[in-house]
Design a protein around this ligand. Structure first.
Ligand code: CP3
Length: 354
C-alpha cells in the first residue's frame, strides 16, 4: 500500500496537530452532482449502483476529483446489512427506503442471521479495495455502517417513519426482544466494520441518524450502549496506524457526554449544537466533526464563506476538529458552493493551527 500523502483527517480525529482543518461532506457523492446522476442512470437504480463495485468506486471518487476534500467515503448505504439479512430492501420513487419483509416480532428477530461480510456483503469490500487502489494514498478512505438502533428503526417500521410508533412500542412492551435485535445487529455491524478495515478502510463512522428521537435515558440504553459494544469489538489498528472511529447521533446534543464516553475517537454533531460548548463539554476526550447547517449551501457564496468562518471560530484554536455539515448535503445544492466550503475551510482555518 502506498504511503498516505494527506493524513489530516486521521490526525485531527486523534487530536494531533494539523496544518489546516480537514474537511469532507456527508453524502458528498450524491444527486447534487450531475456525474453521479449519469452513473446512477448507467447502473439503472440506486441499489444496482451500490452493488456494482466498479460503479460504486466511480461515484466514491467523483467528489474527490472535483473538490480538494481531505477524505473519501465509500459509496454504499447503511441499509446493506438489513438487505443482507433478507428483509427485501427496495427504494420506492420519492418515498425513500422500504422493506418487503419488515420484522413483526420475536420470531422474526430470533430468525435473523449475521451475514458474512466477505460473502453477502462482498460488493462493499470490493468497492473499498478498488477505491483504495484508485486513491493511491492521496487521501484516506472512510468506511461506515448504521448504528444498531437506527437500523432497528427501519427494520421494525418497514421504512422511514415520522413517529417511530412500532419500534418504540416494541421498546416499551418487550424491551428484551428489542435488546436481542440490537445485539444481533451489533454483531453483524462489528463483523462488517472489521471486514471494511481489512479491505482498506482507514477511518470508520457509525451513523446513528435516529438516536435523537429517544429520551436521554433510553438513548444511552438502546443507542449508545450498543454502539459502545461495537467500538469495543473493532480492530483499531491497520497498516501500522490507528483506525479512528467517529460516532454521529443526530439531535442528541443533550447527551454528548454519553456518546463521548463510548470509547470512540470522535463524535459528529449537528448544527443545533454550539461547537464551543461541545468542545468545553467533551473536547478533552474526543475530536468533534461538523456542524454547518446543510441549508447554508443555498446562500450566496459570500454568505457561505461567512458561515464557514463562524463554524471555525466556534471550535477555536488547535486540532480536534473535522469540518463537515451537520447532516447530509441536499440533492438540489449547487456543486460550486461545495467548492466554496472546502476552499474556505482550508484558507480560513490556517490561523487556528499556528
Ligand atoms: O456520504 C456519502 O457520500 C456516502 C454514501 C451514503 C449514502 N447513504 C448514499 C445514499 C451514506 C453514508 C448513507 C448513509 C445513510 N443511508 C443514512 C445515514 C445518514 C443520514 O443521512 O442520516 C441513512 C438514514 C440512510 C438510509 C437512506 N438511504 C435513505 C433514508 C435514503 C433516501 C434518501 C433520499 O434522499 O432519497 C437513502 C438513499 C441514498 N443513500 C442516496 C444516496 C446518495 C440517494 C439515492 C439516489 O436516489 O440516488
Amino acid at each position: 500500500m502506498p504511503e498516505l500523502k494527506n493524513d489530516r483527517l486521521l490526525r485531527a480525529l486523534l487530536r494531533k496537530p494539523v496544518d489546516v482543518t480537514p474537511v469532507w461532506i456527508m453524502r458528498q457523492a450524491g444527486r447534487y452532482l450531475p456525474e453521479y446522476r449519469a452513473t446512477r442512470e448507467r447502473a439503472g437504480n440506486f441499489l444496482a449502483l451500490c452493488t456494482t463495485p466498479e460503479l460504486a468506486c466511480e461515484v466514491t471518487l467523483q467528489p474527490v476529483r472535483r473538490f480538494d476534500l481531505d477524505a473519501a467515503i465509500v459509496f454504499s448505504d447503511i441499509l446493506t446489512i438489513p438487505a443482507a439479512m433478507g428483509l427485501g430492501l427496495y427504494f420506492a420513487e420519492g418515498e425513500g427506503p422500504r422493506f418487503e419483509r419488515p420484522l413483526h416480532g420475536e420470531a422474526d428477530i430470533a430468525a435473523l442471521r449475521v451475514p458474512d461480510p466477505e460473502n453477502e456483503l462482498r460488493y462493499v469490500m470490493d468497492t473499498i479495495r478498488l477505491a483504495r487502489r484508485e486513491l493511491a494514498g492521496r487521501i484516506p478512505l472512510i468506511g461506515f455502517a448504521g448504528s444498531p438502533w437506527t437500523l432497528a428503526t427501519y427494520m421494525v417500521e418497514g421504512g422511514s417513519t415520522r413517529d417511530f410508533a412500532r419500534v418504540k412500542a416494541l421498546m416499551y412492551r418487550e424491551p428484551a426482544v428489542l435488546q436481542k435485535l440490537l445485539m444481533t445487529l451489533g454483531e453483524a455491524i462489528t463483523d462488517y466494520l472489521n471486514a471494511q478495515i481489512s479491505a482498506g478502510a482507514q477511518a470508520l463512522m457509525i451513523f446513528d441518524t435516529w438516536g435523537g428521537v429517544l429520551t436521554p435515558r433510553d438513548y444511552v440504553r438502546f443507542s449508545v450502549d450498543p454502539m459502545a459494544r461495537i467500538v469495543a469489538g473493532l480492530q483499531r489498528e491497520a497498516e501500522g496506524r490507528r483506525v479512528p472511529v467517529i460516532l454521529f447521533s443526530r439531535n442528541a446534543g443533550a447527551s454528548l457526554e454519553a456518546l463521548a464516553g463510548s470509547g470512540c475517537d470522535a463524535i459528529g454533531v449537528d448544527w443545533t449544537v454550539d461547537l464551543a460548548e461541545a468542545r468545553r463539554r467533551v473536547g478533552e476526550h474526543v475530536a468533534l466533526q461538523g456542524n454547518m447547517d446543510p441549508t447554508v449551501l443555498y446562500a450566496p457564496a459570500q454568505r457561505v464563506r461567512e458561515e464557514v468562518a463562524a463554524v471555525l471560530v466556534s471550535y477555536g484554536r488547535g486540532s480536534g476538529h473535522v469540518f463537515n455539515l451537520g447532516h447530509g448535503i441536499a440533492p438540489d445544492v449547487d456543486p460550486d458552493h461545495v467548492a466554496v466550503v472546502v476552499d474556505a475551510v482550508h484558507e480560513e482555518s490556517r490561523k487556528y493551527h499556528r
